[in-house]
Design a binder for this molecule. Sequence first.
Ligand SMILES: *Cc1c(COP(=O)(O)O)cnc(C)c1O
Length: 460
Amino acid sequence: MSRFAHPAGDRHAEVLPEDRPPHAPADLNSIDPAIWPRTSERIAGSLTIGGLDVRDLAKEFGTPLYVLDEHDFRAHAIDFRQAFHDGDVHYAGKAFLCREVARWIMQEGLGLDVCSAGELAVALSVGFPPDRITMHGNNKSIAELEKAVTVGVGHVVVDSFEEIARLGYLAEKHGARPKVLIRVTVGVEAHTHEFIATAHDDQKFGLSLSSGAAAEAARRILAMPSLELVGLHSHIGSQITDTAGFEVAARRLATLLVQIRDEHGVVLPELDLGGGYGIPYVDGDESPDMKVIADALREIVTTVCQSKGLPVPRLTVEPGRSIVGTAGVTLYEVGTVKDVEGLRTYVSVDGGMSDNVRTALYGADYTARLASRESTAAPMLSRLVGKHCESGDIVVRDLYLPADLVPGDLIAVAATGAYCRSLASNYNYLPKPAVVAVAGGKARVIVARETEEDLLRGQL
Ligand SMILES: *Cc1c(COP(=O)(O)O)cnc(C)c1O
């Protein structure tokens, strides 16, 4: 089991100080192509991404800086589209969405998942076709539902009885008939290659399969002429590297498809198995092959449905992290370097939990390298920390950096494309960093760095 793999309930183990540090990597300068963007390489010692030297990027755009490898992002999107050629791939915008990324998703022929009016507005602002958008959320407001109905989003995933009633009413009011999926809680919780299958669920998302709530939702939707029930949806977790959890979910969803067919004579044509495909963050993490996963999912759904005498539904998947995660890198400048009682060296950078909260939030692990030069100095047990007023403001808990590290050096943290910018905050009034897309030796600011003016806007 990799260091990163840990059951959700055991997060404490990851944040206790006595946690063992990892072994020093054989080569502190290595750039593992599985973890770093595809176009990354060291040229004359310095890390380059998309043909651009990180020292030039830092000089031109400042630090901290999110660097997004456009080629890597598009390649992952294409891999998914090809792997699921007979189904639909919707990019989960919550992993990281901005107008330019919405354009890339549109151009590569994928659909898009949104879960708020704001995410929807980003997509619509670049002309994303509404019929390729799915609206999610456990507490969509009436305004959000009305917007979804009036712009004609392709699917709404309903998450509660209240929502079914509201959506039905709003659709009728606007003379629309949205396609609806039921978010089913199937009692599977998956993290990496482990999953837990239970009979009931204690969480806010979805309508329970085991309690009968999901079947009741189907009854209510089918009774509403203004809603078109087209299928079932489930999302079982995140950072999953194995299909076993999806298999249990698909089996359980198939029993509901059978129940709906037997009770209503309705055969639902779509099955959405959600996202959650894992990516490698540190050495030794698995790097799932989408083609293998797609073939496995297709096989599972086909077998399960055929055994129940059901036609095979059209499959949808909703990857977020696995498209944008390894395409993104965060660049920081080293500030203070503090040796603490011979225990370890605290390397402080000019960002922290405001641009990457995942380490503080759930003990995530990352790979970081000295990026502005190569070094042959000895490995130094380090902790990469931010500049915030919190001792939990840690970017990488345990890592080795070269012992000759000095202020002004640039550190790159790999695989920060997903759930870093999208979860960023202004804690301590730090402006959110810019996002720069790199490709073919050219860099473009796709999200501008916030300014002090931005921080003061709207205040009395
Ligand atoms: C978060 C989420 C996803 C994407 O998850 P990833 O782990 O980024 O692939 C997909 N579908 C739903 C419903 C989600 O909530």
